[in-house]
Ligand binder design. Structure first.
Ligand SMILES: Nc1ncnc2c1ncn2[C@@H]1O[C@H](COP(=O)(O)OP(=O)(O)OP(=O)(O)O)[C@@H](O)[C@H]1O
Ligand SMILES: [Mg+2]
Length: 360
């Protein structure tokens, strides 16, 4: 006796009243016949309001009209397992839910209707959003510290040269050569700030790429002219090798251009005058495109390899100033494209950066 004698009805009644998931039952005409306590809490409708109404009047969702999944559940008997969607509550609020649904049959196997169990996942989704946001904020804090430092140096330089010019102007002692030299320095420092701001914008921009079909070959060819000046200045021996018929990738052309620019620029900065840089593009099976950038430059010591992708990690000082954002931007973009980046290097021999991207 004891618990064994418990009536199934009382068990189910208790369960339905006390469980956190909302439950509702509809017949084949979509009319609601049962609406549990938790269903009331989640949607804001009382069961008196819900009973007898078609389900799409209570669970307003944009899939109701065109793609109602309940009909398939009832006709084919295929249950819905954990489907996420957003419904409109009684008071107009958007409620994220996750639901499952299954067919109800009579003893002869005839379909009577369908039951659905659903959970309010709004809070869970908010938490996820908050987590993402706080990760971003932590990164922004890091960024702000670096930016303050980075912007200060060129601004000090600019102020110094301008003061110098003003003083000489007061003394009536400025010859065109000095003007030119000092203004040239002001220009260089201002460009540096411009570059920093541009990189920062790229860094903080949304990571979701705007996807379309991209030919990496065309993109590389369109991007290299932007680096003409740097390539000429070092008289670089640039070799390009593209395989034929390479599939297009699904990508954001602006972001992928950032990748190419940053990687080629790193290679240019790593080599001596008349250094060699080789860019290759090939297919890896039918699913991937890989493009490699090889240089015969200074290389990277083994112990520094793991820091390369850290924001603000740079070894470039003096003439060749770096901010250390290049590779971290590149890595984020490639991740967002479901690709992979690897770097191999040997000091004084050179570096190969390999990028693999999934094809369309
Ligand atoms: N091809 C390469 N050869 C040698 N070292 C490299 C190469 N690419 C990157 N590195 C090393 O990795 C560091 C980080 O690169 P990253 O592109 O992130 O920053 P940066 O080039 O220093 O500055 P920024 O790209 O922001 O102007 C560089 O400072 C350099 O030490
Ligand atoms: Mg760089």
């Amino acid at each position: 006796m004891g618990l064994d004698a418990i009536g199934m009805k009382s068990l189910f009644d208790g369960l339905l009243k006390n469980m956190n998931g909302g439950v509702f039952v509809i017949d084949q005409d979509m009319t609601i016949h049962f609406f549990s306590k938790a269903a009331e809490w989640i949607t804001g409708y009382s069961h008196e309001e819900a009973l007898g109404k078609p389900c799409y009047e209570i669970f307003k969702s944009d899939i109701c009209a065109d793609a109602c999944p309940f009909k398939t559940v009832m006709k084919k008997g295929v249950p819905i397992k954990r489907m996420s969607m957003v419904i409109l509550g009684k008071y107009g609020s958007q409620i994220a839910i996750s639901r499952t649904a299954f067919r109800l049959k009579d003893a002869d196997g005839n379909t009577l209707g369908m039951a659905a169990v659903f959970r309010d996942t709004t809070e869970l989704q908010n938490l996820r959003q908050q987590l993402l946001q706080s990760e971003k904020m932590a990164l922004m804090g890091q960024l702000a510290a670096g930016v303050a430092h980075e912007i200060n140096n060129p601004i000090n330089g600019i102020i110094t040269y301008i003061r110098l010019l003003l003083r000489k102007l007061d003394e009536n002692k400025v010859d065109p050569e000095t003007w030119k030299k000092n203004l040239g320095l002001v220009e260089r420092e201002t460009k540096r700030i411009g570059r920093l701001v541009k990189n920062l914008l790229n860094f903080s921009r949304k990571t979701e790429p705007e996807l379309r079909s991209v030919s990496m070959k065309n993109l590389i060819e369109d991007t290299l002219p932007l680096l003409k000046e740097q390539l000429l200045l070092k008289d670089i021996n640039l070799i390009k090798k593209y395989d034929d018929n390479i599939a297009e990738v699904l990508g954001d052309p602006n972001q992928l251009q950032q990748v190419i620019l940053n990687l080629v620029l790193n290679a240019v900065q790593a080599v001596e005058k008349q250094g060699k840089i080789k860019i290759t593009l090939g297919a890896e099976g039918s699913g991937f495109v890989h493009f490699n950038i090889w240089d015969d430059g200074i290389g990277i010591p083994q112990e520094d390899m793991e820091k390369l992708f850290d924001p603000f990690y740079t070894t470039k000082t003096g003439q060749q100033t770096g901010i250390g954002l290049g590779l971290s931007i590149v890595q984020r973009i490639i991740k967002a494209h479901h690709g992979r980046i690897t770097i191999q290097s040997e000091v004084n021999k050179g570096t190969t950066v390999s990028v693999r991207l999934p094809t369309l």
